[in-house]
Design a binder for this molecule. Sequence first.
Ligand SMILES: [Zn+2]
Length: 509
Amino acid sequence: MKRILIAECKQEVSTFNPNGSDYEDFGVRFGNELIEYHRTVRNEIGGALTVFDARNDIELVPTYSAFFITSGGTLKASAWERISQEFLESIRNAASQGPLDGVYFCMHGAMASDSEWDPEGYLLQESRKILGEEIPIVISLDLHGIPSDRMFAHSDAIVVYHTYPHVDFFQTGERAATLLLRIFSENVRPVTAKVAIPALVRGDELITETGLFGRCIAKSQRIEKSAKGLSAGMFIGNPFTDVPELRTTSFVVTDGEEDQAVASALEIAREFWEYHEQMQVPLVSLDSMVARMMERERTNRAGTVALVDAADATSSGASGDSNAILKSLLRAGYRGRTLLPIVDAPAVQAAFAAGIGATIRVLLGGTLDPIRFEPIEVVAKVRMLSDGTFRSESFGELWRSGLTAVLELGTYTIVAGSRGVNHYDRSYYYANGQNPKAFDAVIVKSPHCQHHMYAEWCDEMILVDAPGSSSANLKSLGHSRCPRPIFPLDADVPFAPRVQIFRRDRTNR
Ligand SMILES: [Zn+2]
């Protein structure tokens, strides 16, 4: 039997969110709990399990999983210390129980802690110390990850998502597991070439099905599927995770063919650079957004408008407590039926204390990011209360917004939760009895959603330039750690591609 160790450490943060994330922001699972959970959801490990399960010579050694419930601010040092210790302790335990043949680590890549800017790189480096230099380690990452040199150096190969919006978690896990098996069954010898690209990008061109970025991914997929190709792709990084290696990266892993890996990684990088200036978001100011909504109201225009507030995207690490669009619409006297999400634990507590049907006077917004958002006082009716636990529309996993209240103020319906959840689908609204189609305006706190969620049926999508710690207006954020110069923070950024090679010596195997 071949014994394969599986572990997971997955989080994405915005270092611009002043509200640091903590241990409680993770679902933590030990040993078999990891397998049991992932057999029920279509994530990477679920995909990997189908590959391992299809063989009868594999013994799974599940050790540890810290899986972020939703993104947040920089991980507090104490939480990172606990997670890294638990992770490495579980690896030590597994290693002490007999020889291992391979390792699959499922990671995101955009984690950052006050005390460690490259947490995944640290875990890989320390795991190597425990498991030795010989054992094959394959990791999977999100294309918003920031793959550090340490991550490339201590793994045998990296596998990355090929879709944005992400719909290939499961397939990425399958690809990672297949590659791991090939390393020890077929003796393939991964060599990785990577190219760092000085760009931070956003916008519709990143949608892989329709945008220019999709061409780079299609090229990567062709390379990955070629005779000697093992893995290929791009990382655009999470532009809100301001760490020393934040940038865009192309990479190619081949079976021993270094020249091919180099040529292909350069080809992908050059193609990306051709398009990079088009990968920005044409944002609409709050004032212009209000003017457009007032005009729609005046002319009685039918249909729903999605007011995209990507600046407060909880899935990108923002705090979720922005009231900026709400405030602008209220001030202007907009009376259309409006639906919006907000994280506001004190307001929810007041709603629970008052009970369903009560009218409460509460402050709304700015509970987590008081620098950017000033609370506003509203008088609202409590329409619905829930425990905030529901299944995601997209992937079926359990999401938890904590105690949650539906508040109604005039034509505005506010779904207030105690903690952030993802808004790249509609499950938060559905779970709280709201159908976005029944509204004139819906605030969507996500940069992109799958097409059918909103874009397909909304009359208009307005990309609003509101303040927030995941604003596509990158210059508004104040990066201080990423390498400079970098597009679009600096002007006239030169690109002289430099290739780095990573290869693990397996002469003894
Ligand atoms: Zn991502």
